[in-house]
Design a protein around this ligand. Structure first.
Ligand code: ADP
Length: 240
């Protein structure tokens, strides 16, 4: 754990003025990438993800096909210009890990048995990174999948929680992530109360983990309402 030179919580407020449980400003839009079957853009403060979904479409080579289920493939990538110092665009260990866990977080919410032998490709692009990119991208991916008409059990809503200067917080920014004592990424299907992603760095007591999970659930429920509104706004406008 790195130690910050300046305190990151002062008088109960975080460096950007937020209260411990406050989310950053969240923006969501659906359907901007016209070539894709589904797409979404989601930003949490300065972290922004654009996700495009293609499929279901036939899966080749054929030996990858499952006769009784479809396949979800996820590619997470951070653009070279998304961080202060140019990032090498080649996949690195971090992006391979995030692609894997995201695939698992999303697959649990999809009726994959509805499209046997087919694949749905999910391309997540981080165009600005300021902490919590994997959860921001999961929120966008879930919207993109729904807008592509992929049959889903529920939307997946995600957020980060953690501990900084002894305080439990929600939605970590880049600086907070850097200096946190611990951080957790949580994705869930809110209406079912099922967790589809849970990752943790650092050290926490059992009580802190339970408290953070509660805070994550509350935040995911708020995000879920915004996701539903983003989908309704998109498809209501098209109906008019
Ligand atoms: P997440 O973005 O899901 O929280 P990490 O904990 O791995 O995943 O990354 C935390 C933050 O560190 C990112 O959101 C980003 O702001 C920053 N970061 C990650 N990789 C790089 C990089 N290669 N260069 C600069 N900043 C990075």
């Amino acid at each position: 754990m790195k130690k910050s030179d300046v305190p990151l919580i002062v008088n109960g407020r975080r460096v950007d003025g937020r209260l411990p449980e406050e989310l950053r400003e969240i923006k969501m839009s659906v359907g901007e990438i016209l070539n894709a079957d589904g797409s979404a853009r989601v930003s949490f403060g300065k972290t922004e993800a654009i996700v495009a979904v293609y499929g279901p479409r036939a899966l080749f080579p054929k030996f990858l096909q499952e006769t009784d289920a479809g396949l979800i493939r996820v590619v997470y990538s951070m653009s070279p210009f998304s961080v202060d110092e140019r990032k090498n665009p080649a996949p690195d260990r971090r992006s391979i890990e995030i692609s894997k866990v995201t695939k698992e977080a999303l697959t649990g919410a999809i009726f994959i048995e509805d499209f046997p032998k087919a694949v749905v490709d999910v391309y997540e692009n981080i165009v600005q990174a300021d902490g919590s990119t994997r959860v921001t991208a999961i929120n966008a991916a879930s919207l993109a999948l729904a807008s592509a008409g992929i049959p889903m059990k529920d939307l997946v809503a995600a957020c980060s929680v953690g501990k900084i200067d002894g305080t439990l917080i929600v939605d970590l920014s880049g600086k907070e992530d850097n200096y946190s004592e611990s951080d957790m990424a949580v994705a869930m299907m809110p209406s079912k109360g099922l967790i589809t992603l849970l990752q943790m760095d650092g050290r926490l007591t059992k009580e802190e983990i339970m408290e953070l999970l509660k805070k994550a659930e509350e935040a995911c429920k708020k995000i879920y309402e915004m996701q539903k509104k983003a989908l309704l706004d998109k498809f209501k406008v098209e109906e008019d």
